[in-house]
Design a protein around this ligand. Structure first.
Ligand SMILES: Cc1cc2nc3c(=O)[nH]c(=O)nc-3n(C[C@H](O)[C@H](O)[C@H](O)COP(=O)(O)O)c2cc1C
Length: 323
């Protein structure tokens, strides 16, 4: 395939695996890249910048294709050494970075100076325009359907994608709610130059996640996600399980809630342990509405080949309306 995104990133198919905390490790990133897409390591999944450097080297041994690193940068009370993670990426020779989070812009000059291509992921057109002004190379725009942080404005992809395409000159990557060739065809028809997926890649053979979790997502339908942290204006879309139900319950208690009230339930270490042990109710499991469209656990290669074939079929089916 040839789009502005395949050209920009040097990849065969315009299909990107978004950064995923605890999931974006070398096994998955290299499998996506070997399948013709763009795999992505998740910087902060590694406990230190030194560990990220080793993970980059490990990924490079597993693929000779381009891959990227996600850096998710939010203001926090005790921030990780973001600048050192960025240096590990540069020193590791990675040429593509997916930035996310409202503090990411602070690190863009350094990335650009090192000649790295930046895909900035955001959830609002005005944020995309600000990133374009700062010189990023592409925007991933994440609709309300997405796993993780959809923001507080609740604009679904069907509106958000063309709204971004209309306002930006740089290529737009559609993100959120895409799991198959139909979604990919729709994204291209809306003007996107590629697609970014998270949840779909969790349900692949190569994702370093316990089979119980993958199977729970396969069994789920599109109504099985929850929005947590809504009342704290830091919304996250996650899998509906007993932990996310409890969090939402606490958030809606009379008098509201503070982060401290739910902190033990949502601890990152707990979510990580749940993914590794396959304990579906053990912690927060990030997932998007698109679980309603996922029925199997293919290899990344089988997934991408199927998506591209289906995308082509769907676009020619639509084209036939004009024959
Ligand atoms: C398990 C999981 C963890 C995620 N962690 C991150 C993260 O650390 N940083 C980030 O920018 N996005 C994260 N995301 C969001 C994805 O990169 C992507 O934007 C999103 O999943 C797209 O929506 P979809 O799941 O409907 O494809 C995560 C998604 C999942 C499923």
């Amino acid at each position: 395939m040839k789009t502005q995104i395949t050209e920009l990133l040097g990849i065969r198919y315009p299909i990107i695996q978004g950064g995923m905390q605890w999931v974006g490790r070398a096994e998955l990133a290299s499998a996506v890249s070997n399948a013709g897409g763009l795999g992505m390591l998740t910087g902060l999944t590694q406990p230190t910048p030194e560990a990220l450097a080793l993970e980059i080297a490990r990924c490079r041994q597993m693929t000779d294709k381009p891959f990227g690193v996600n850096m998710t940068i939010f203001p926090t009370i005790s921030p990780p050494p973001y600048a050192e993670y960025i240096e590990a990426i540069i020193d590791g020779g990675v040429m593509i970075v997916e930035t996310a989070g409202n503090k990411a812009i602070e690190y863009m000059p350094r990335l650009k100076e090192a000649g790295i291509k930046i895909i900035h992921k955001c959830v609002a057109v005005r944020h995309a325009m600000a990133a374009e002004r700062l010189g990023v190379d592409a925007i991933s725009i994440d609709g309300f359907e997405c796993a993780g942080h959809p923001g507080e404005e609740d604009i679904p992809g069907l509106v958000l994608i063309p709204a971004a395409v209309r306002q930006l000159s740089i290529p737009v990557i559609a993100s959120g709610g895409i799991a198959d060739g139909r979604g990919m065809a729709a994204a291209l028809a809306l003007g996107a130059q590629g697609v970014n997926m998270g949840t779909r890649f969790v349900c692949t053979q190569e994702a370093p996640v316990h089979l119980n979790i993958k199977q729970a997502l396969v069994n789920a339908n599109e109504r099985d996600t929850r929005l947590i942290f809504r009342t704290l204006r830091n919304t996250a879309r996650v899998f509906k399980n007993s932990i996310s139900d409890e969090v939402v319950g606490i958030e809606h208690r009379p008098g509201g809630c503070e982060f401290g009230d739910i902190r033990p339930l949502v601890a990152g270490a707990r979510g990580k342990a749940a993914l590794e042990a396959g304990d579906v109710d053990g912690g927060i499991v990030t997932a998007g509405m698109v679980i309603g469209l996922i029925d199997d656990i293919p290899t990344c290669s089988a997934l991408l080949e199927r998506m591209v074939t289906e995308c082509r079929e769907q676009l020619s089916r639509a084209q036939s309306c004009f024959d």
